[in-house]
Write a protein that binds this ligand. Structure first.
Ligand SMILES: Cc1cc2nc3c(=O)[nH]c(=O)nc-3n(C[C@H](O)[C@H](O)[C@H](O)COP(=O)(O)OP(=O)(O)OC[C@H]3O[C@@H](n4cnc5c(N)ncnc54)[C@H](O)[C@@H]3O)c2cc1C
Length: 383
């Protein structure tokens, strides 16, 4: 398999890298400390076409693929995981679900402004009592005439405080269990829809993670996304592709931590020479570089499969599992290479160390990825 990037892909990477270095890097620690969600950066992301990378031009997108989206998320995450995860949730989850299951009218009305970056999206599946087992959804939606009435609350929704458009899952038929879960599109400003508590997080602190609350929230009947009862199944399809973005997020943050370590190891002197000359440090750098490259290749393979409209359940779970675990390992070694300075906020690895942990948790924990992978391997072994 050839993973050489095309000239266009290299140019996209270059452009996003320059943008991130220029517009994001100078503010990273200030945003992190203040838990400031940088809304001001989103018009610029939109101008670069990053808010709808992989959607067709007819729906306001850039008409590119999942490969380009992965490259973009990696480059943003290399500088700041918070901006990268916010973009990933908007693109891969909210807009991705509307593209996956929306009617022509829904795509024109909701996907297009999301893809053009005029609106920000969020996607609410997780609930306080329904995390890994999202089939335990308790939020309900009942049909009353021409309206669905939603009640319940969602937790840990990325972009939840600021999103203009929310895609949320709710139970429409309890007796059908996971086949009774449906997806809905809710616009900010709809009575009965509001954001709740904004979480105070360990990492990715400039990203927004919040509760979403529905209290007799009435939305038009036509805002059911996909067929009633198929919201959970569609969510799994959305997550299959979304996990490629989380893998790219992990690769980008690992790359950032790695580069900082390479640099530091050559500058820091102990026992009369740069610590990069100690074999113990060289082995760490060698392992970090090798594992990041392996994670990147798994991520690009999954993205390539998605671009070929192939099923990516196994590929994206493998990419997300490996990249997430690798990023945690790499960030840990990055702090170690920095010694005491790695523990201090003046050096960027302290933040990478906090931020990367999300990659083994969000969009399915590492345990759940292993469960998905094993299921896929066994399913194919039985054929
Ligand atoms: C920063 C952040 C952003 C997020 N963004 C979103 C978002 O935009 N939208 C959204 O819907 N959700 C979002 N989430 C939620 C995220 O997807 C969940 O946190 C995740 O799926 C895990 O669910 P949980 O936290 O309830 O953990 P739990 O499901 O309670 O898991 C606790 C532990 O038990 C393990 N476990 C559970 N079941 C099994 C099993 N069958 N076998 C083995 N181990 C198991 C887990 O792996 C984990 O180690 C976000 C979370 C965070 C932290």
């Amino acid at each position: 398999m050839d993973f050489e990037l095309t000239e266009e892909q290299k140019e996209i990477k270059r452009t996003v890298r320059e943008f991130a270095e220029r517009e994001i890097r100078p503010h990273v620690m200030e945003w992190d400390e203040a838990q400031h969600f940088p809304r001001e950066i989103f018009p610029q992301l939109a101008q670069l076409g990053l808010m709808g990378v992989n959607f067709p031009a007819e729906y306001g997108g850039a008409g590119l693929g999942h490969t380009e989206l992965a490259l973009i998320i990696e480059e943003l995450a290399r500088v700041d995981g918070s901006v990268a995860i916010s973009l990933a949730a908007h693109n891969s989850l909210c807009a991705g679900h509307i593209e996956e299951a929306g009617t022509e009218e829904q795509k024109r009305k909701y996907l297009a402004p999301l893809a053009r970056g005029e609106k920000l999206g969020c996607w609410s599946l997780t609930e306080p009592q329904a995390g890994s087992d999202a089939s335990g959804t308790r939020t309900t939606a009942r049909l009353e005439g021409d309206f669905w009435v939603l009640n319940g609350s969602k937790t840990f929704t990325s972009n939840g405080t600021y999103a203009d458009i929310c895609v949320a899952m709710a139970m429409t038929d309890k007796t059908a269990h996971k086949h009774g879960i449906s997806a809905f599109i809710i616009e900010r400003g709809t009575p009965g829809f509001r954001s709740g508590k904004k979480e105070n997080k360990m990492g990715l602190r400039a990203s927004d993670t919040a509760e979403i609350i529905f209290e007799d929230c009435r939305i038009p009947k036509e805002n059911c996304l996909g067929k009633p009862g198929e919201g959970f199944i569609d969510s799994l399809k959305v997550l299959d592709k979304g996990r490629i973005s989380i893998a790219a997020l992990a690769v980008g943050m690992a790359q950032g931590a790695f580069e900082a370590s390479l640099h530091y190891a050559q500058l820091r002197r102990q026992f009369g020479k740069p610590i990069a000359e100690f074999e113990a440090i060289q082995w760490k750098l060698a392992d970090m570089g090798t594992e990041i490259e392996a994670a990147r290749l798994l991520t690009l393979r999954a993205a390539r499969h998605a671009d070929q409209n192939r099923r990516v359940t196994r590929e994206s779970a493998m990419a997300k599992l490996f990249a997430g675990e690798t990023a945690v390992k790499v960030a840990n070694e990055a702090v170690q290479i920095h010694g005491g300075y790695g523990f201090i906020k003046d050096y960027p690895v302290e933040k990478y160390y906090r931020d990367v942990k999300l990659c083994t948790i969000g969009e399915g924990t590492s345990e759940i990825q292993r469960l998905v992978i094993a299921r896929e391997l066994l399913r194919n072994a039985n054929l």
